[in-house]
Write a protein that binds this ligand. Structure first.
Ligand code: NAD
Ligand code: G6P
Ligand code: MN
Length: 440
């Protein structure tokens, strides 16, 4: 069986240990010869890498492991780049969330003005990774989680049209796992779904079991009462995420024929989100206090003890999806997966140049998108507006245009007026000086 070389870009990410553990658990179907970490913050990466080195030595001493901040070393001789960078890290996420809230607008990692600000930082970072990959390993594939995936995907479609990058999201699979639990199935892979939309902006139209039985009625009945909060919570979901899963009940009510992505709450109930936000303590603060402390604490414990049992690192679904995708490409499995791809006619009555999230069959040449057909006016209207926002952000980045960025923020359904958009934009420009191109 062929063995692969993988570089994790954003080696210092809180998600890196989960991906390493998932890779180790899948050596029978996606074997590795080498694993590298790359990050532009050497000291953040070192903690994660030194802990992973101990885990790898215990479980798979044959895998050649190294970590570096040098792009040439990192990107040479690799088959896959698994990317999850956060340009500006959590302190900038905190600003993305808190600045709009000062103006009465919701503050979110990937939605609304916060997501737009993050997009303006991410585009350059991700393009840099694509360029390193093409220079040092031109045959490699990049599987990219780096957010905001919708804006990053539009940027790579337009600015690196021939690059082998696939942009992905774990939200649909997280929701599908909850659906599986609601109908009493062990695994979301026992379901077949049809779904369409944009990243963090989509709807399920069909959910069936392996025998073709329609599972939608039972899921709908549950979502109408409890959203995506399952009968028992096996994962110890944090309160803020639990609220989002519960609010799916009200999002669903707008179009009871379909089942919604949880992120639609930010577009359909922005007033509710603002009322339930604490402008002094946002999700970035929760993540820094919980996930970041937990992951780095565990890594430090593993390093001091010299053994993996000293930490509490977990495998998760987020990691399983990227490993499934790599396996599908590596072994031409034709697995059916939701990916962010150019529409190109798949949604018949929608912009062929929009990046949409739809089911694809995945094999050695990448994704083969499946036909969706025509979508209803409600979804089409919402999606057209949001695609325009995402395209305007990429216009703004490409042409260094303040005007386009003002238009983008004004057009976001989360923002009430052009004057509010301008006030937010001016604060964001100031906060992002170090990361955004200078706007004209
Ligand atoms: P994190 O801050 O813990 O990790 C990000 C790492 O990227 C940091 O170590 C940072 O130093 C590094 N980095 C930043 N800019 C870089 C650059 N230009 N080159 C190389 N490295 C760089 O963040 P996290 O919470 O672990 O999340 C990582 C990323 O994964 C974020 O973009 C997040 O939004 C994304 N994510 C996406 C999904 C999805 O559904 N697509 C799911 C989960 C996380
Ligand atoms: C989901 C989304 C990701 C997003 C993450 C935020 O997994 O699909 O795109 O980055 O949630 O989670 P956090 O715990 O960092 O708020
Ligand atoms: Mn996502």
């Amino acid at each position: 069986m062929k063995k692969f070389s993988v570089v994790v870009a954003g080696g210092g990410s809180t998600f890196t240990p989960g991906i390493v553990l998932m890779l180790l658990a899948n050596q029978n179907r996606f074997p590795l010869r080498a694993l590298k970490f790359y990050d532009n913050d050497g000291s953040r990466q070192e903690t994660i890498a030194e802990a992973c080195k101990i885990i790898l030595k215990e479980q798979a001493p044959d895998i050649d492991f190294s970590y570096t901040t040098d792009p040439q070393e990192a990107f040479s001789d690799v088959d896959f780049v698994m990317a999850h960078i956060r340009v500006g890290k959590y302190p900038m996420r905190e600003k993305d969330e808190k600045i709009p809230l000062r103006h009465g607008v919701l503050g979110q990692e990937t939605c609304g003005p916060g997501g737009i600000a993050y997009g303006m930082r991410s585009i350059g970072g991700v393009l840099e990774l694509v360029d390193y990959m093409e220079k040092y390993s031109p045959n490699a594939w990049m599987l990219n989680y780096s957010n905001p995936a919708a804006i990053v995907a539009e940027a790579t479609r337009r600015l690196r049209p021939n690059s082998k990058i696939l942009n992905i999201c774990d939200m649909p699979i997280g929701i599908e796992s909850r659906m599986a639990q609601i109908v009493g199935l062990k695994d979301r892979k026992e379901m077949k779904v049809r779904y369409y939309g944009l990243n963090h902006f989509g709807w399920w139209t069909h959910v069936e079991d392996k025998d073709g039985n329609d599972l939608m009625p039972k899921i709908r009945e549950h979502v109408a009462k409890h959203g995506y909060v399952p009968p028992t919570d096996e994962h110890g979901t944090e309160a803020s995420w639990n609220d989002t899963f519960a609010k799916a009940k009200d999002v669903w009510a707008l179009d009871p024929d379909t089942l919604p992505n949880t992120y639609l709450k930010y577009y359909l109930y922005p007033d509710y989100v603002v009322q339930h936000s604490n402008p002094q303590r946002t999700r970035a603060n929760e993540v820094m206090d919980h996930r970041e402390k937990h992951v780095f604490g565990s890594c430090n414990a593993i390093i001091s003890a010299g053994k993996s049992s000293a930490g509490e690192l977990e495998i998760d679904e987020h990691a399983s999806y990227i490993v499934d995708l790599a396996t599908a490409i590596a072994f031409n499995t034709q697995e059916r997966m939701l990916l962010i791809v150019p529409n190109n006619g798949a949604i018949n009555n929608f912009d062929p140049e929009a990046m949409v999230e739809i089911p694809c069959l995945v094999g050695k040449d990448g994704p083969e998108p499946l036909v969706v057909g025509n979508i209803p006016q409600f979804q089409k209207g919402l999606m057209s507006q949001q695609v325009a926002v995402e395209k305007l952000v990429v216009d703004a980045w490409e042409h260094r245009s303040y005007q386009k960025l003002w238009q983008a923020i004004t057009l976001s359904k989360t923002v009430p007026s052009a004057s509010v958009a301008k006030a937010i934009l001016d604060d964001l420009v100031e906060a992002n000086k170090e990361y955004w191109p200078e706007l004209k």
